[in-house]
Structures are given as C-alpha cells and as structure tokens.
Design a protein around this ligand. Structure first.
Ligand code: GUN
Length: 295
C-alpha cells in the first residue's frame, strides 16, 4: 500500500471527544443539554440503522435525543405538525428529518419547516441557497460533505487551486461537496451518469470524491498518482465468507486504488463515522448559539 490511509473512525473520535467536552461545559455552566430530534418516517432498514446510530452518538456525548418514529403512510399535514412542534420546543436545538421520505411526501416543504437555526443537517432551502452562493454563510453545512472536507484537511491536501472531481450530484453529498470545494478555491468538476469519458476526467483529479453508490466503480487507472481519494459509497455486496452473507464496499476499488492514490479513505471506517461526528458538532453549535454563547 502506498497511499496514506485516512482513518475516519479515529478522526471522528477526536471530533466527538471535543463535542463531548463542549456539551459537558454547557450542562455544568449553563444547565443546558444539547438536544437533537430525529424524525424517521417509514420502515427503511438503512434509515433505521442511521437514525439509531445518531441517537446512540447523542447518548455517548451527553446530549439528549428525541426520536419521532412515524408510519410510512403519515400525511404531509401530520408530518408538518410534528416538525413544527419540534421547531417550537426549546429543548430541541437540532432537527434531523431522515431522508429519503416516502414518495407521497414533499421533502422540500417538510425541510422548509425546519428553522434554519435548528437545521443541523443543512438541508433547509435557505441554508442550501446560502451554501450555493458566493460570500453567504449557511448556518449549517450538510454533515457528509463537511466530514469529507475535514478528512481532506486532516491529511494536509492543498485544496486551493487543486483540480477536484466530484462523482455524483445528489443534494445530500455531491452538490454540497462541490460548493464546499469551490468555496475553498478548488477547480471543481461535477460528474454524473451522463458524463462522457469519466476516467479521462478523474485522471486529472488531485482530489477525487466518489458519491455515486456503485460498488468498486472507480478503478486504479482512473486515479492520478498521489491523489487524495474520498470514498462516500456504502454498498452491500454478497460475501459468502461472512456470517451475514454480505459486506460493505465503497464506490472505489480500494485494494487497487490504494496503490496509486496519495491518501485514501476506507469503507467502512472512512467517511461514515465523520457524518455522525459532524452532526454532533452541528448540534452542539446549535445549542451554543441558542444559549447566546456564539454567533
Ligand atoms: N440520508 C442519507 N444521508 C443523510 C443525512 O446525512 N441526513 C439525513 N437527514 N438523511 C440522510
């Protein structure tokens, strides 16, 4: 292996330890316990797992979590009532609506009901709009791309002036990631399912972020030697050697790409733990702002 392994689990632990200290300080000095509300609609197994790990992180860091688990057939009006109730609750500093929502619900309307000062996921239209403009400050930035940026910085990769290629244009990862890199003065190329000559573009990337949800899609000869490669993919593939019969792999062919890249995140143990660490950091920030301690 020639690449530096970017240990997202270890970096996330460091971030969470700081957040825990901050939460402890708020509690002892101001009698405020940071609180995160999680809204889960329906039965998607992946969403249930994500929400459960966010709630566990709250407990681990001395924060409150308020879980709302709602039936898949809830009406738009009923869900809006739940979110508006959380918006009014002074014990709730952050609100997270787990996505995707069932198809009959209008995610944008629901996300608009999250006040920007509680929008710890950074998904409300106002925060998204601010992130996508020059010289505007969103109150919160989406957690997965924020975690990716943190990992890129953790290995000292220069972002300014770098060619950054983002594979994927989702609202949750690809688009906000592209704006974060652009605001750090990278030259950003966003690739997607209709992009021509993908390998020709990725080979030019000093920073490559893969967020397309296709197992081992990025091959070694797509990667510039020495590049920093961030793998956001979490894909289940069959594996007869495992008790569960499956294992997780990223969007990058890790075993091959690690011989070419300068630094690379593993899956699992790369970006995944950072998403939760950033959510906890955002929730602490929301509570500190509510207490008037920071802007
Ligand atoms: N679905 C997939 N990733 C995320 C995330 O970071 N936040 C929320 N709310 N939903 C998601």
């Amino acid at each position: 292996m020639s690449a530096t392994l970017i240990d997202g689990k270890a970096v996330a632990e460091t971030v969470k330890a700081k957040v825990k200290e901050g939460a402890e300080y708020l509690r002892t000095e101001y009698n405020i316990t940071p609180g995160l509300a999680t809204v889960l609609v329906g039965e998607r197994p992946d969403s249930r797992v994500y929400v459960a790990s966010k709630q566990k992180a709250c407990a681990d860091l001395g924060m409150n979590s308020y879980g709302k688990t709602l039936p898949a057939d809830i009406s738009q009006g009923e869900l809006l009532d739940v979110v508006e109730g959380l918006a009014r609750d002074p014990n709730v500093h952050g609100i997270l609506v787990q996505l995707p929502l069932p198809g009959h619900l209008d995610a944008e309307t629901i996300l608009r009901a999250v006040p920007i000062e509680k929008d710890v996921d950074g998904f409300s239209p106002l925060n998204v709009g601010r992130l996508s403009m020059k010289n505007r400050e969103p109150m919160f930035v989406p957690c997965t791309p924020l975690g990716c940026l943190y990992l890129i910085d953790s290995v000292g990769t220069q972002i300014e002036g770098a060619n950054a290629v983002v594979l994927g244009r989702s609202n949750i990862v690809g688009l906000p990631m592209s704006f974060l890199l652009l605001h750090r003065n990278a030259t950003v190329t966003i690739c997607h399912s209709r992009t021509r000559d993908l390998p020709g573009i990725t080979r030019n990337a000093d920073i490559l972020v893969a967020a397309i949800g296709r197992p081992k899609f990025v091959k070694a000869d797509w990667v510039k030697p020495g590049a920093t490669v961030i793998d956001v993919g979490i894909n289940e593939v069959p594996d007869a050697t495992k008790k569960s019969g499956k294992r997780l792999v990223g969007d990058v062919d890790f075993d091959a790409v690690k011989e070419v890249a300068g630094a690379i995140t593993p899956v699992p143990g790369g970006v995944g733990p950072m998403t939760i660490a950033m959510l906890m950091q955002n929730t602490l920030t929301a509570a500190q702002r509510a207490a008037g301690l920071i802007k």
